[in-house]
Design a protein around this ligand. Structure first.
Ligand code: DC
Length: 211
């Protein structure tokens, strides 16, 4: 079992970039677990199945492999919304647990980011981070990111969308987004990525040296 860094937080909190940079810094594998739920949603949409079809979503999750998890087709706002819907189904979440746990076992270590990594998937992770930022700052970041992709839906629409997503991700019965026990809270509202990374590295370094 390698060293596990579990990162959770709301949409557009900066957790994805932080996870990727941390993994690079330590030579660890990285899994953006949101992509798994986005891939499940994508399969339903490609098959013309409604997102409400829980059984089809479970079947898609059970058959998922990394070949479906091709980022460019999964990144958009529509897929994020759709992922937030299918990720509320307990059977979908269950079907993805083993895959994520196996990923976390890699040597020398792994960084997983999502909503339930420190609470459900890797509760024994050596480091747990809860990355957050104000709703307005997250909306500004997401708006900029979408505009760069040519998907400028306007700041207000992004803000509304984030609020709806937060409510759904935090309010669902199974594995809702919440701070794990023992998690370090990293509020990135006033931090750029280098500052957030430096902060996270201090936490990881301390845990690795047993400080
Ligand atoms: O992190 P993201 O925006 O790619 O996630 C998309 C949706 O997937 C998010 O709204 C909730 C869901 N998700 C989840 O339920 N559990 C995870 N570990 C990761 C994502």
């Amino acid at each position: 079992m390698g060293f596990v860094v579990a990162i959770d937080g709301p949409a557009a909190s900066g957790k994805g970039t932080l996870a990727r940079r941390l993994a690079e810094a330590y030579g660890f594998a990285h899994l953006d677990t949101g992509l798994l739920y986005r891939a499940v949603a994508r399969i339903l949409i490609d098959k013309n199945r409604p997102l409400e079809d829980e059984q089809a979503a479970e079947a898609a999750a059970a058959a998922l492999n990394l070949a479906y998890v091709e980022e460019s087709r999964l990144r958009g706002a529509e897929m994020g919304r759709a992922a937030s819907i299918v990720s509320a189904y307990p059977a979908v979440r269950r079907a993805l647990v083993d895959f994520q746990r196996r990923f976390a076992e890699q040597e020398p270590g792994a960084v997983l980011d999502g909503r339930d990594i420190g609470t459900v998937i890797c509760p024994d992770a050596q480091v747990k981070l809860f990355v957050t930022a104000s709703t307005e700052e997250r909306a500004r970041r997401r708006h900029r990111e979408l505009a760069l992709r040519g998907e400028d839906i306007g700041y207000e629409a992004v803000l509304e969308d984030l609020r709806a997503r937060d409510a759904r991700d935090s309010g669902r019965a199974t594995a809702p987004l919440k701070q794990a026990e023992g998690a370090h809270v990293l509020d990135t509202s006033a931090l750029d990525i280098e500052e957030a990374l430096a902060h996270a590295r201090r936490i990881v370094d301390a845990a690795r040296t047993g400080a």
